[in-house]
Design a protein around this ligand. Structure first.
Ligand SMILES: Nc1nc2c(ncn2[C@@H]2O[C@H](COP(=O)(O)O)[C@@H](O)[C@H]2O)c(=O)[nH]1
Ligand code: MG
Length: 525
């Protein structure tokens, strides 16, 4: 696999408008930039892989998640005995966000900071007061709390509908005693929702409807094909690893690569030219474990038939005739189902796993294992980022004001502690004591006002991002649990996969300067 020879020459001619700054001048819109946590030198990357759903195919949650919601409600009523009035419920796709944790037993939805302290909590749709929150979660800070079976993590946009439905059911159960069977506690309700959602994904309920009117459910993005072409032209192997099966992958990738007529039409295999290998039904994250013994099958692309392989080479049936391969199964196949990362490494012929960059949307399914277990370089797609950075850059003044309020609060508290110490431990005379006491009173009033102003400004600031959960990457003014995961497991992150085409394929992505608390204080003044 040849690397990049140079960055000038072919790029201007073949990929006009694709390059970040061929002459060092062009700026990329902040919402489309690629951000770097851990260095990735693209010159060392020989293979770039992509996840499909919510990565190459960006679903419209307003239609796709509504479909998942309606299908799930239907199954809850028809198959799992929930009351028919659920069928009248509606779904607010904007309400839930990624990074939340569902407390299945208590019926709560939580947003945590990077230390796993619960900062925002709702019971169903009821905001839990600070006291109640502290009483419930305040002392539960142990290393891996919130990771057990009593909690569910909203780590993918696929989970927005199930989280919303869980909150609705919690509210419904609380306000309609007896309408949901007593044996169905919050946990069981969650499990029912989970299995109904799972069924919608497995039984074709969603996929058939998406395939019928794909434009309604997936965004058109004409930056993807040029980006894939650029990577191939630069000498990289390009591959796809998706949990979707071949038939659906073929429909979606036809649309993504622009070769599908708007409402169905016949799918062609033209899009395969952009990929060296395609692995469908990969069962990530298990796929990333070498010891996973899953067989690798070749897919006969016309019929979807699976053929046994030996590390990708098709095998004849024992006792059967010589393998007479149809045209769509060349000697070294291109489309597979199943297998594991060991098979993929052999197909790609990569020397070291650090030469692979994988782009996905799911922090656990795509990113965490591939980076932690394999040492692949990773890029996370975070569509929410586009709005997040725009709001952030338009709120510089508010952030400054919040910082000032915090520093004012800290100064007042220091003065207060100093005065209290003097009053308790120093020999001050009566008049002086009186003066100090009234100063203390003034300071305490000031502190309450500054704290209230800070709280209110912080609330307004967060509401600009999301009315309920605030800024995705922060809780208060600390990094959120989601931000912490992004920082640890995604070498790179960006809003859309096509943004990769805005940068040179020889780009050396380097992280910015790290700041320890003592440094940021000095450098911000
Ligand atoms: N059986 C289930 N399948 C699910 C669920 N949520 C999503 N999905 C399906 O997974 C793939 C994701 O593909 P990838 O390209 O992102 O790897 C897609 O086919 C979804 O429909 C679920 O809860 N259960
Ligand atoms: Mg995905």
């Amino acid at each position: 696999m040849s690397g990049i020879q140079g960055t000038n020459g072919f790029e201007d001619a073949q990929f006009p408008g694709l390059w970040s700054s061929p002459d060092g001048r062009r700026n990329i819109d902040i919402g489309k930039q690629i951000f770097c946590n851990s260095a990735v030198n693209m010159k060392n990357i020989v293979a770039v892989g992509f996840d499909m759903d919510y990565t190459l195919a960006q679903y419209k949650p307003e239609t796709f998640e509504s479909l998942a919601y309606d299908g799930t409600v239907e199954k809850l009523v028809s198959n799992l005995g929930y009351p028919e009035e659920l069928l009248k419920w509606s779904f607010d796709w904007t309400y839930m966000v990624r990074g939340l944790v569902l407390d299945k037993k208590r019926g709560n939805i939580l947003k945590m900071d990077r230390h796993k302290y619960v900062k925002v909590a709702y019971h169903g749709f009821r905001l839990i007061s600070k006291n109640e929150k502290v009483a419930t979660y305040g002392n539960s800070f142990v290393r891996d709390a919130f990771d057990g079976p009593d909690y569910a993590h909203i780590d993918t946009l696929f989970s927005l509908a199930e989280a919303y439905l869980f909150a609705q059911l919690v509210d419904f159960k609380d306000s309609n005693p007896g309408k949901i069977s007593e044996v169905k506690d919050y946990s069981r309700m969650y499990n029912d929702v989970r299995s109904a959602v799972d069924m919608c994904h497995r039984d074709g309920t969603l996929k058939t409807l998406v395939a019928k009117d794909i434009k309604k459910y997936i965004n058109e993005d004409n930056s993807i094909v040029p980006m894939l072409k650029m990577l191939k032209t630069s000498g990289r192997a390009v591959f796809l690893v998706t949990n979707s099966l071949w038939d659906y992958t073929n429909v979606v990738m036809n649309f993504v690569c622009g070769s599908q007529t708007a409402n169905g039409g016949s799918a062609s295999l033209d899009w395969l030219k952009h990929f060296d290998f395609v692995i469908t039904g990969s069962a990530k994250p298990g796929f990333f474990h070498d010891e996973n013994r899953a067989n690798l099958f070749a897919v006969e692309t016309d019929s979807g038939k699976l053929i046994n392989t030996d590390n990708g080479t098709p095998l004849a049936q024992v006792g059967g005739p010589e393998l007479d391969l149809p045209d769509n199964i060349p000697k070294l196949c291109k489309v597979f189902q199943g297998g594991n990362v060991g098979h993929l490494h052999k197909l790609l012929n990569v020397g070291s796993s650090s030469q692979v960059l994988y782009v996905g949307d799911h922090i656990y399914g795509d990113i965490l294992r591939s980076k932690k277990v394999l040492g692949w370089r990773t890029m996370l797609i975070v569509p929410e980022l586009e709005k997040e950075v725009k709001v952030l850059s338009s709120s510089r003044d508010t952030r400054k004001k919040l910082q000032l309020l915090r520093s004012e609060r800290d100064q007042i508290e220091d003065q207060t502690h100093h005065l209290k110490w003097s009053l308790e431990h120093e020999n001050v005379d009566g008049v002086e004591k009186e003066k100090m006491c009234s100063k203390l009173e003034v300071l305490e009033g000031q502190r309450a006002r500054v704290r209230a102003a800070h709280e209110e400004s912080q609330r307004i600031f967060h509401q600009k991002f999301h009315p309920v959960w605030g800024q995705l990457m922060k809780t208060g003014y600390q990094n959120s649990r989601f931000a912490h995961q992004v920082e640890r497991f995604a070498c790179l992150y960006t809003s859309q996969v096509g943004n990769l085409g805005l940068y040179s394929p020889a780009k050396y992505y380097r992280p910015g300067e790290d700041f320890m608390p003592h440094e940021s204080d000095i450098l911000s003044h």
